[in-house]
Structure formats: C-alpha cells, structure tokens
Design a binder for this molecule. Structure first.
Ligand code: HEC
Ligand code: HEC
Ligand code: HEC
Ligand code: HEC
Length: 440
C-alpha cells in the first residue's frame, strides 16, 4: 500500500538517479607516455648487453607502435636531453634536438642541462619546450619557451608545466643570468589554479624530488608530478595526497606509461607500466637519414680535430702558450699566474660552459683563430686569458729570442683590455683600478 507522497518521492529519486547515472558512467581514460633525462644518450654504445637499452631510433619505433594501438596517446618528456661532458657533446646535442623533433613529443620540459649551450641553442630546435617559471632575460628579450602547453586528447584537456629549480642553476655565479628563472612560485600557483578551474588535467615535470617539490612549491592543483630522475630504473608510481607521482629513469633506456581513469577531471585509478627498449626493437627506418647525417657530422668534426692537432704538433701555430713565455719572463709570469686571468677557463667549467663558443672566445687564447684554442685535449696549453691574449701570438717573438716585437706592441693598454672587458661582460671595468690588479 503506497501513499501518494511516498510515490512522488520514489519517482523523484528515480528521475534523479537517471539524471545522475550518465555522469557516474562518464569515466574517461587517458594514456600518457612519459620520459625524462635522456642525458645525451643519442644511442646506446652497445658495449655490453646489460646496457644495450634505449636510443632515439628505437624510441621512434616504440612510440609509433604505441600510437598505432592508442591513437589518443599523450607523449611528454620532463627534459634533460643533453649531456655536457666532452667536446663532441654540443654537436650531439644538436642532433638529439633534431631527432626529438622527429619523435613528435607533445611537450618537453626545460632542464638546466638543456640550456648548457645557451637558451638560444635550445630554442633554435623547434621542440615544444615548456619552462613555467622563466624570468625576464638580462637582454630584455622574452624567453623563448612557453610557460605551459595545452594538449587536447579526446574529451580531455591536459596542461603541461615544467618547473626549473633556481637553486640548481650552474649560472648562479654569472652576472645578470639569474633572471633566466623566477624562484617565486606565485605565478606558477596561479596558472595551476586557473588550469584546474578550467577543468584541465595538470602535469608537471621537474628535477626536484617530490618531497623537495612538496616542501618548496607545493602539490596543490597538480594531478601528475614527474619528479627528477635518480637512476636508470623508473620509480613506482604513487599517490601523494591528490597527486600521482612518477619518476622517470635516466639515460633514456626506457619509457614510462600511465593508463589513467578519470572522473570529473580527477584521477580515480591508474596503471603504471615501464617499457624497456632492448635491441629487439628495430630502429625506425624513417630516422635513418637523420642518423646518417649525424654520423657524417661527427666524422667531419673528428677530422677537423685531427687537422688542428697536426698543425699544433708540426709547430705551425703562431701561439706558443704561457709556459714558453715563462722561460724568459719569470717575473711577469709570476704576477700573471696569481691573477684571475689564469683561472678564466676553470671558471667556465664551474658554470658548465667550457664548451660554449660564445663563452670560450674571451676565456681562452686565440679561439677561432688559426692555431688558437680549439679544445681542452688538443690545445690544453691555451686555457684561460694568457700573455698572448693581450700581447698577440708570440711564436715569431720567441723564435727570434725577443728581438721581433709582439703583434700588439703598438696597441694602447686600453685597447688591449677592450677586446674582452666590454660593457655586458665587465660592467664595472675601470682601467686604472683594473690595471693595478694585474700590472707586471
Ligand atoms: C727566448 C726568450 C724570450 C721568450 C721565450 C719570450 N720573450 Fe719576450 N722578450 C724577450 C726579450 C729579450 C725582450 C726584450 C726585447 C727588447 O727589449 O728589445 C722581450 C720583450 C718582450 C716584451 C716587451 C716588448 C714588446 O715586444 O712588446 C713583451 C710584451 C714580451 N717580451 C712578451 C713575451 C711573450 C708574451 C712571450 C711568450 C709568447 C715572450 N715574450 C717570450 C725574450 C723572450
Ligand atoms: C666579450 C668577452 C667575454 C665573453 C664573450 C664572456 N665573458 Fe665571461 N668574463 C669576461 C670578463 C672581462 C670577465 C671579468 C669581469 C669583471 O670582473 O669585470 C668575465 C668573468 C666571468 C666569470 C667570473 C665571474 C666571477 O665572479 O668570478 C665567469 C664565471 C664568466 N665570465 C662566465 C662566462 C660565460 C658562461 C660566458 C658565456 C655565456 C662568458 N663568460 C662570456 C669576458 C667575457
Ligand atoms: C691582460 C693583458 C695582459 C696579459 C694577460 C699579460 N700582459 Fe704583459 N703587458 C700587458 C700590458 C698592457 C703591458 C704594458 C704595455 C705598455 O706599457 O704599454 C704589458 C707589459 C709586458 C711586458 C713589458 C714589461 C716592461 O717592463 O715593460 C712584458 C715582458 C710582458 N708584458 C710579458 C707578459 C707575459 C710573459 C705574460 C704572460 C705570463 C703577460 N705579459 C701577460 C698586458 C698583458
Ligand atoms: C682575452 C680577454 C681578456 C683581455 C684581453 C683582458 N681581460 Fe681581464 N679578464 C678576462 C676574463 C675572462 C676575466 C675573468 C677571469 C675569471 O675570474 O674567470 C678577467 C678578469 C680581470 C680582472 C679580475 C677582476 C676582478 O674582479 O678581480 C682584472 C683586474 C682584469 N681582468 C684586468 C684586465 C686588464 C687591465 C686588461 C687590459 C690590460 C684585461 N683585463 C684584458 C678577460 C680578459
């Protein structure tokens, strides 16, 4: 026996339930392939079976297969593509960027190692770079990186961010370069909040650990945090409060995959898989032209080095290096040796810039001139600002036991300094004060 009010209530409940049900069933899915820290591993060296994982050509094949199976796949990298350990690394870096362009990533975070050859070097590769806390650059140019990237996949809108840790900057010691990043998370917080309000899924890449990130910046409004890589192996995916935290492995040996179940813009379930790239994954044929070009460039670079060394060893270089000047000018040498000029190259190494031609030119002897500084291995006797940086190439002077004057003998002192003590690099330069510090 049903009375009328109860019937009405039941009907109302039914209506409500039906109206609500589609919402409850509206779980959506999203698959993300993520990576980070290629660390300059364009390809595995193949020296051992255990280490034979990864490489850009295999990655291209794997990504192609994954995209064919899951057309709405999102592919992002936390960045860290380059290494800067040796003279060939800049050339390799150039090809890593070019190779990554062919992989069609949806977003790539900017890490300090990606900036090792200057922001313009990275920006010249047309990669979907993201740097969410960039500051104003010293030359008042806008930074060339996007603050975030919005990517649509099916019904989902995903916004990728990348946080660069200011405290980790190798440029800390350099005047004016601090402004490359903004250490304050204020703008970043606002952007995250806006993204969540607009119903976007937020993904953040960083080199910090999730613990450091939570302490320094906070995890509010972050759905997925790709924390800093620690080792070759990927970490376990885990929830920290509302944030799903994943940790890529280093050296580009594997890829991580997240299959997410989403409800109303929130992650309600996830599956995490790590995809290794052993040599059973074939190299992608469409990467072959890129790879051939890279090998040709490496060979040309090597031959150039051999030529430079031959020139040095046959004694044809007009530069001799400070050690030779010392034999006759001990007094001047002693004063020079104790000056900042003598450690100018070490200071470049300290800021990870010892391979950047834009810096080397003033921190070595005769860079880019015939027989001048070429690299650490071939021309290790021409490091730093030496006698010949100021007096000019000294071979003829030496071979005539001092009777032939040095090339810059008729230059004024001021003109000598002005080669390097320019306004942008030495804003406080005052000849009288500076000369006193190095007078010999
Ligand atoms: C074999 C000995 C010897 C060596 C090696 C030598 N010099 Fe001299 N240098 C002399 C003598 C001797 C004089 C004095 C010449 C004179 O007064 O006419 C001189 C004079 C100079 C002068 C002042 C006159 C001028 O030409 O400007 C400079 C500067 C100088 N040397 C720099 C250098 C530098 C730099 C090197 C290394 C690249 C070097 N010397 C290596 C012997 C040497
Ligand atoms: C035009 C010449 C020139 C170029 C190019 C140049 N530098 Fe310098 N650099 C200088 C001079 C000059 C000083 C000394 C400034 C002073 O004390 O007044 C200096 C100083 C430095 C110092 C020492 C700062 C300290 O406090 O001890 C570092 C580090 C440095 N430069 C790094 C770089 C890097 C990195 C680049 C490339 C991005 C670069 N330099 C490019 C001329 C140059
Ligand atoms: C930063 C630039 C600079 C460097 C580095 C430098 N010199 Fe000089 N040197 C000068 C200038 C400038 C003078 C003075 C020239 C003048 O008086 O017009 C000078 C003068 C000299 C003189 C002549 C001294 C005299 O008593 O008249 C000698 C010799 C000399 N330098 C040798 C050397 C040697 C050897 C080295 C390396 C160990 C060296 N210099 C490094 C800039 C430099
Ligand atoms: C080939 C480039 C070059 C030339 C030429 C040059 N400098 Fe330098 N100078 C440098 C660099 C680079 C540094 C920074 C070295 C470092 O600390 O790493 C420097 C640093 C100095 C410093 C130390 C600054 C400090 O804060 O204590 C003095 C002083 C100085 N130079 C004086 C002079 C004078 C004077 C002349 C001209 C006679 C001169 N330099 C010519 C490149 C040059």
């Amino acid at each position: 026996m049903l009375d009328k009010p109860f019937c009405k209530l039941a009907m109302l409940l039914c209506v409500l339930l039906f109206a609500w049900m589609p919402l409850a069933w509206a779980d959506d899915s999203l698959s993300i392939v993520y990576s980070g820290n290629l660390d300059g591993e364009l390809e595995p060296c193949g020296c051992s079976a255990e280490g034979n994982f990864g490489g850009i050509k295999r990655r291209a094949t794997l990504l192609q297969q994954l995209r064919e199976a899951t057309p709405d796949l999102l592919v992002v990298s936390a960045g860290g593509l380059l290494s800067t350990d040796g003279p060939g690394d800049r050339l390799k870096g150039d090809y890593i960027f070019k190779g990554f362009v062919l992989l069609n990533y949806d977003a790539v975070g900017v890490q300090w190692r990606d900036l090792a050859y200057g922001p313009d070097f990275a920006a010249s590769a047309s990669l979907p770079w993201v740097l969410s806390n960039s500051g104003a650059r010293k030359d008042a140019e806008k930074t060339p990186f996007s603050a975030s990237r919005l990517i649509s996949r099916g019904k989902q809108r995903i916004r990728f961010f990348s946080w660069l840790d200011a405290a980790d900057s190798p440029l800390q010691k350099m005047q004016g370069q601090h402004s490359l990043v903004d250490a304050s998370p204020k703008k970043f917080h606002a952007a995250l909040q806006r993204a969540k309000k607009d119903g976007e899924l937020t993904v953040v890449g960083t080199t910090l650990s999730s613990k450091q990130f939570a302490e320094q910046i906070g995890l509010d409004n972050i759905d997925v945090l790709i924390e800093g890589a620690a080792y070759e192996v990927y970490g376990e995916a885990r929830k920290e409060n509302h944030t799903l935290v994943v940790q890529p492995g280093s050296r580009g040996m594997r890829l991580g995959r997240l299959d997410l179940t989403l409800r109303a813009g929130r992650i309600v379930d996830w599956q995490h898989t790590v995809l290794p790239m052993p040599n059973s994954i074939a190299d992608a044929p469409h990467m072959q032209a890129w790879y051939d070009e890279y090998n040709a460039a490496v060979k040309a670079d090597y031959l150039q080095r051999v030529e430079a060394r031959k020139k040095q060893e046959s004694g044809k270089s007009p530069f001799v290096g400070e050690g030779v000047c010392q034999t006759c000018h001990e007094k001047q040498h002693k004063i020079w040796f104790d000056s900042q000029h003598a450690i100018a190259y070490e200071d470049l190494e300290d800021v990870n810039k010892a391979f950047d031609p834009a810096c080397i030119q003033c921190h070595t002897v005769g860079f880019d001139q015939p027989g001048g500084f070429f690299d650490m291995n071939v021309t290790g006797h021409l490091l730093g600002v030496q006698c010949e940086s100021c007096h000019g190439a000294g071979r003829a002077h030496v071979e005539t036991a001092g009777s032939k004057a040095l090339p810059n003998a008729d230059w004024t002192k001021e003109k000598i300094c002005a080669q390097c003590h320019t306004q942008p690099h030495s804003p406080g330069f005052d000849f009288n004060r500076y000369w006193l510090k190095i007078a010999h």
